[in-house]
Design a protein around this ligand. Structure first.
Ligand SMILES: C[S@@+](CC[C@H](N)C(=O)[O-])C[C@H]1O[C@@H](n2cnc3c(N)ncnc32)[C@H](O)[C@@H]1O
Length: 225
């Protein structure tokens, strides 16, 4: 008699800053940087968009993944006592166990919004707790109706342009630019020339900045006020 096939588990990977990421077998890539998943979340996304200083951040994320960016952002807002609205899109929710294992003992793990989300996961309801509203919309972000002129920060965090090209096209980038509020900032770990040009063509002011551990550069792009 053959054994039942186990579910496709996402192997958990330790990273040098003491945080974890996981491997996604469908895309053949890790969700976050193997050189430091928490460091990437903080440097590229939270600080790259200025969310760590914003008095009431509204964050839109492309690719919720395993929630590393979400926890880093929850921790930052809670640490400063400011309200946070976090809206993320995901078409292939990772198993709850993976989210929980990656988060164990890490920043934002004890935030009541994270705990509430984990309890319901993967139900698409928004949770509100501890001064934060955390909402993960399940489905293809390309098909989603995105808010207009809303986000103070946009985390463009698909898998690599080579493996997940649809979220990096000029057409989709132009839609993303319109979700930014005037003065809002998009950040991404990619520094690829075609990504930079797509952001410029979308009317954003693009800057290259030093990358997180293991990467020379990353990008931030501002919607002019
Ligand atoms: C690099 S991972 C994101 C990591 C995540 N931000 C985190 O902090 O853990 C990319 C994510 O984007 C999701 N994704 C890719 N294309 C998508 C699409 N068209 N619509 C929705 N989600 C998508 C993938 O399923 C994956 O979870």
């Amino acid at each position: 008699m053959s054994e039942p096939t186990p579910p496709l588990a996402a192997p958990i990977l330790d990273t040098p800053d003491g945080s974890r990421t996981a491997y996604n077998a469908r895309f053949g890539e890790a969700y976050g940087s193997r050189h430091g998943a928490a460091a990437q979340a903080r440097h590229v996304f939270v600080e790259g968009t200025g969310t760590h200083r914003h008095p009431a951040p509204r964050v839109l994320e492309v690719g919720f993944g395993i929630g590393v960016n979400a926890r880093a952002t929850l921790a930052s807002a809670a640490g400063r006592g400011v309200p946070l609205h976090y809206l993320s899109y995901e078409f292939d929710p990772a198993p709850r166990d993976v989210l929980a294992q990656v988060a164990r003992g890490q920043e934002g793990e004890s935030h009541p919004a994270w705990q509430a989300l984990l309890t319901r996961w993967p139900q698409p309801e928004a949770v509100e707790a501890g001064g934060a509203r955390l909402e993960v919309v399940l489905g293809d972000v390309l098909e989603a109706e995105l808010p207009e002129s809303w986000a103070t920060a946009l985390y463009l965090d698909g898998f690599s342009p080579a493996r997940n090209p649809e979220v990096w096209t000029p057409a989709f980038t132009a839609r993303l630019a319109r979700t930014l509020a005037p003065g809002g900032v998009l950040a991404t770990y990619s520094a690829a020339g075609h990504v930079r040009r797509a952001l410029q063509e979308a009317g954003l002011e693009v800057e290259r900045r030093p990358g997180p551990p293991g990467k020379r550069e990353c990008l931030r792009a501002v919607r002019p006020a």
